[in-house]
Design a protein around this ligand. Sequence first.
Ligand SMILES: NC(=O)c1ccc[n+]([C@@H]2O[C@H](COP(=O)([O-])OP(=O)(O)OC[C@H]3O[C@@H](n4cnc5c(N)ncnc54)[C@H](OP(=O)(O)O)[C@@H]3O)[C@@H](O)[C@H]2O)c1
Length: 269
Amino acid sequence: MNEPTQLPAVTVVTGSSRGIGSAIADQLAAAGHRLVLVARDATALAAQAERLRARGAAALAAPTDLRDPTAAARLIATAEAAFGPVTAIVNNAGTAPAEKIERTSDAMLQETFALHVAAPLALARAAVPGMKQRGHGTLLQLASTAGLRGYPFTSAYTAAKHGMVGLSRALAAELAPHGIRVYALCPGFVDTDITRTAAAAVAARGKSTADQAFARMAAQNRIGRMHQPEEVAAAVADLLHRRPTGCVYDLDRDPPVCLDAEPDAEPRP
Ligand SMILES: NC(=O)c1ccc[n+]([C@@H]2O[C@H](COP(=O)([O-])OP(=O)(O)OC[C@H]3O[C@@H](n4cnc5c(N)ncnc54)[C@H](OP(=O)(O)O)[C@@H]3O)[C@@H](O)[C@H]2O)c1
């Protein structure tokens, strides 16, 4: 186990206007991180930053559409101008399109990959040179059990989350010698807008009520119930502060399980 960072924590949390990202922002603010909050909805994000500042936290709203490939460099520059070197990035922003395969378009696949895979890679590209210089940094991805196994009607999302887990493993292997830790956290279904919207969509098709659909999702979790955003946020805060070795963490276990304790050391063809 590593010692907690001695650097002032400057953490970019994407998707922090609501849901899991909001819970992460709350817990990191309470732990003294200076936060750069990211989402598309500028009004919601400004309200979130204001709420955190009212509690004495340092929080900057940086409204951004992370599907824009040019956004990452601007975002890291904005963060560093406001608070100094970025010590951690929490790639939490996400959407979860649900569609049967016949209606899963190339555009849907590309958009999902842009947000879940290309954006974390672009943010790493922008932040890693500084982290290497300082010999310290953390990149953490909010993946999913959909990054570990398949779920029906979510081929774009499941493929993108597997991509996110693979990206995290590659970054962990490459960046460990530079003191940079990389994690992918994999919760099952969490009680947020994504699951509530999916349950409402099932209800709209007349197959069952939204409550029944929600209960079926909860039952698919190996822990046998919905995860709560605060539980996921606590796991994020724990990893950022303890910085253990190991990259991919299955949170749908009680207690959570690390799936690979040591990154591969050698480049592979
Ligand atoms: N809920 C679950 O069951 C579950 C399970 C496992 C993993 N996860 C993962 O956990 C993460 C958070 O999910 P959640 O349930 O908290 O979702 P949520 O409540 O819908 O929040 C999603 C956040 O991402 C932001 N966002 C979406 N598209 C964006 C874009 N293009 N650019 C910048 N920000 C964007 C949203 O703000 P704007 O809309 O304003 O942009 C919002 O702040 C996601 O990566 C998701 O895949 C969720």
